[in-house]
Design a binder for this molecule. Structure first.
Ligand code: AMP
Length: 372
């Protein structure tokens, strides 16, 4: 792991009047650029030729400058890193950093300052670590099993990493689990390693809510009364991911197998019954507090994150997953969300909130607290 002191040293040489926001042109980049532009920050798009049309087509989301690469792995090259540091750039990690870039390289060799705590990406990617984190935070999680027989009911089979739910499937017997895995390997959709590292969970019925949080270290400490150690956990919005399975009713009465697919295709906005917001805030506060503890990844989580949950009246909220960075569901927020309107006087998105946090941290002379 690249030491924090090395990143702080690089950051100390940055031109604080000319900080640039940089990110990979994918996932939530348009929103990040739009938000940074609104806040008057320079933006740099790390882009491949195929993706550039998207960002050139949205005038409010075109980065001021592109650094072009042939493939994503090239972003880790020395020259690209040097260019970013030269421009006083802070990289905003998102789902594409988790899925396209080799984690070891990102953790060990990537010396460009990143928003948040880069260790959190490792805690997100590793399902065992993630589980330990959420369990310590007191969240309810789907039960996990070695086999379907052990579960004795319908199970959900999933794979490591931020793969957008692709290839996840349900099974009602161990034969179905094994056949499902063998077929995916045969079709080249997953590696043998992925098959070996699959997770078997109980299938959770209920209503999904994916609350988007922002943990700010530049705002007032009003939630200390509710156990938060410092700063403010903001609720930015909420979505659900839309997946082919959500439209499976269209195939009734004989639903084609292709509808049994959990690959994310887009997102829809949600709000939750107001009384349930108390649980949503408590979950966020608790996840933040635990992340700061010594067995986890001090100084802990900062900036945007999301807890993917399903709610049922009998169980309350059960968390499938935590994303320790901006999630693509926040792309709904470029015109603001109902929850952002309750926190900020002006229309804000998570992208804009990131830029606001960077500016506030510069003003309060604590940029190193929100960057690693
Ligand atoms: P994840 O990558 O963990 O966010 O999961 C992707 C999608 O799979 C979720 O949006 C849910 O629709 C579904 N899912 C994940 N875990 C479970 C589970 N244990 N039970 C039922 N559905 C699940």
């Amino acid at each position: 792991m690249i030491p924090k002191s090395e990143i702080d040293e690089i950051l100390s040489n940055y031109d604080k009047n000319n900080i640039a926001v940089a990110t990979i042109c994918a996932h939530s980049a348009a929103q990040i650029f739009q938000g940074a532009r609104r806040e008057g920050l320079k933006t740099i798009g790390l882009c491949t030729p195929e993706q550039r049309i998207i960002y050139d087509s949205f005038p409010e989301a075109t980065p001021h400058e592109y650094i072009m690469v042939k493939e994503w792995a090239d972003l880790l090259n020395e020259e690209n890193q040097r260019q970013l540091v030269k421009r006083s750039a802070i990289v905003i990690p998102h789902g594409s950093h988790v899925s396209y870039l080799k984690n070891e390289k990102l953790q060990n060799d990537y010396y460009v300052p990143m928003l948040g705590n880069r260790q959190s990406l490792e805690w997100e990617r590793d399902r065992d670590k993630q589980r330990r984190w959420l369990e310590k935070a007191g969240l309810k999680l789907p039960k996990e099993y070695k086999t379907q027989a052990e579960a004795g009911k319908k199970v959900f089979v999933k794979f490591p990493g931020a793969k957008g739910g692709s290839n996840y499937f349900t099974a009602e017997s161990d034969k179905e689990v094994e056949e499902g895995l063998a077929e995916l390997v045969k079709l080249g959709k997953i590696s043998k390693e992925d098959a070996a590292n699959r997770t078997i969970q109980e299938f959770m019925p209920g209503v999904r809510f994916y609350p988007h949080y922002f943990y700010s270290l530049t705002e007032d400490d009003r939630q200390i009364a509710y156990g938060l150690k410092e700063g403010r956990v903001e609720l930015m919005g909420m979505d659900i991911r839309i997946e082919p399975i959500d439209e499976s009713y269209r195939g009734l009465p004989n639903v084609p197998k292709k509808f049994f697919d959990y690959t994310v295709a887009g997102n829809e906005e949600r709000i939750v019954r107001e009384k349930l917001l108390a649980d949503i805030f408590r979950m966020g506060i608790s996840a933040v507090n635990v992340s700061k503890e010594k067995d986890f990844f001090p100084p802990g989580l900062t900036g945007p994150f999301c807890i993917e949950t399903v709610h049922h009246p009998e169980t309350g909220f059960v968390a499938f997953e935590i994303s320790a960075r901006i999630v693509a569901g926040t792309n709904l927020s470029t015109r603001g969300t109902p929850y952002e309107a309750l926190t900020f006087p002006e229309t804000t998105s998570t992208g804009r909130r990131i830029a606001m946090e960077i500016k506030n941290a510069i003003k309060q002379d604590k940029l190193e607290k929100i960057v690693y």
